[in-house]
Ligand binder design. Structure first.
Ligand code: CA
Length: 449
């Protein structure tokens, strides 16, 4: 318990100190320790200038998260009082054991002890909407906001050091074929199948001439077990969010072959998506939630705040990680463990803006890439590409993001004018033109489709 008290008082200090810069209005919402959730009354709501049409229909929402950097905007929105500022005074940020549990909890819904939505890998909300990963039960979801770009990596077991496994792999074919011929296929893991982390491993390997379906073995391992499995040698590689790959380096278990920011600079990562029935029922609360998360994202994106960010999220109740390890990754400092060192803030996890545009805005062109990549590997039928536009329109509610951004007073320059971020380029020179996903598929050498 003394630990908890320390955390509370430390967080109270951080919240208060941070709020001073953000204005006295916020100070009111942050004055109480986070555990003592402030209750916003109509008088208090007036004090924080919520017009009648912006007062949310409910004060409560339950959001799931996984203990990786992607979740920071949700945690910060709660701890810094941003949710409360917009009238959401009873937000429950609920740690999920793994992605499967998050999916199952969304299926149950908060009324039965589950969640209303939260943090997702792509294209999970799409697969849930069509019943593909929910036992054929269609659970319509809305993608509302992107939580972050970058901030993920591929960690490799130490025994493979000095074998040329880097962003570009020297003699990759030889290395993986040797392992295969010796009866010990290279095993690479991700935390949930057919989503971001599997895509990053597959992209990296295939771009290096390795067929992930034939030359190696892919498996699902919960994030919490990844470090242990690397230690015992039952796994050769894994891909997940920071700071887990960096832990592998720090604990001298292995090295990082590639940051996902090296594979695809400014790549889309994880999203805030909700059950559509919750959003349809509570449109004002949805926008309040988005405004709070946008404010949190701007706060998180400021590198001056990142030390405080680390203090808030690294505690046991949230990530439960060594703050020093998290801080280095948050500042774009990566000792890759193989002699390579990266010290570049533009390579860190980003929350509001990156070199390519808005981070928070959910570009529909990115959803199309995730669907296209799913077709590439045979996770979705080819026909999914023909119907992708309609599917995306149904699930991706960038229109709600725009409304919330306008209400929040986000400058027009920070609101994308197109639903497409345009042509994307990967480390191997491959290009994805959202206007012609088939050309991307046709151009790829290694694929199932
Ligand atoms: Ca991730």
């Amino acid at each position: 318990m003394p630990d908890l008290n320390n955390n509370v008082s430390r967080r109270r200090f951080i919240a208060t100190a941070g709020a001073t810069a953000l204005g006295s209005v916020l100070l009111k919402a942050c004055g109480n320790p986070p555990e003592d959730t402030p209750k916003v009354t109509s008088t208090q709501a007036a004090k924080i200038n919520l017009s009648a049409d912006q007062i949310p229909e409910v004060t409560k929402v339950k959001l799931g998260y996984l203990p990786i950097v992607e979740a920071a905007p949700l945690i910060i929105a709660k701890e810094m009082g941003f949710f409360a500022k917009y009238g959401l005074t009873d937000v429950d940020i609920s740690k999920q054991a793994n992605w499967g549990a998050a999916r199952d909890n969304a299926k149950i819904g908060s009324s039965a002890g589950g969640i209303d939505g939260g943090q997702w890998q792509m294209p999970m909300p799409y697969l849930m909407s069509e019943g593909i990963i929910t036992d054929n039960l269609k659970l319509p979801m809305y993608v509302l906001l992107q939580l972050n770009t970058q901030g993920n990596g591929i960690a490799i077991a130490g025994k493979h050091k000095d074998k040329g496994l880097s962003l570009k792999i020297d003699k990759a074919k030889d290395f993986f074929e040797k392992a295969k011929s010796e009866g010990s296929k290279f095993k690479a893991a991700y935390t949930f199948p057919k989503a971001n982390q599997e895509f990053w491993i597959r992209y990296w390997l295939a771009a290096n001439g390795v067929d992930p379906d034939n030359d190696i073995e892919l498996l699902t391992v919960p994030a919490a077990q990844t470090v242990a499995n690397m230690k015992t040698g039952t796994m050769d590689a894994f891909s997940t969010g920071d700071p887990w790959p960096y832990r592998i380096v720090k604990e001298k278990i292995g090295f990082i072959s590639a940051l996902t920011a090296e594979i695809w600079k400014g790549h889309p990562e994880e999203y805030l998506a909700m059950r559509s029935d919750w959003v349809d029922k509570y449109p004002k609360a949805t926008k309040a939630m988005l405004k709070a998360v946008m404010e949190a994202q701007q706060w998180c994106d400021n590198f001056d705040n990142r030390k405080d960010l680390v203090k808030i999220v690294s505690v046991k109740n949230y990530f439960g990680v060594d703050p020093d390890i998290l801080e280095e990754t948050m500042m774009g400092k990566y000792d890759m463990g193989d002699g390579r060192k990266i010290d570049d803030k533009s390579m860190a996890v980003l929350y509001w803006k990156d070199a390519k545009g808005s981070v928070s805005y959910p570009y529909q062109s990115h959803d199309l890439w995730f669907i296209t990549e799913s077709v590439r590997w045979g996770f979705l039928p080819k026909s999914a590409l023909a119907t992708a536009k309609d599917w995306i329109k149904k699930v991706n509610r960038e229109d709600i993001w725009r409304e919330a951004a306008k209400e929040a007073g986000i400058p027009a320059a920070d609101i994308p004018t197109s639903t497409s971020r345009g042509i994307e380029e990967f480390f191997d020179g491959t290009k994805f033109d959202p206007e012609n996903p088939q050309a991307y598929l046709d151009g790829l050498k290694i694929k199932k489709a």
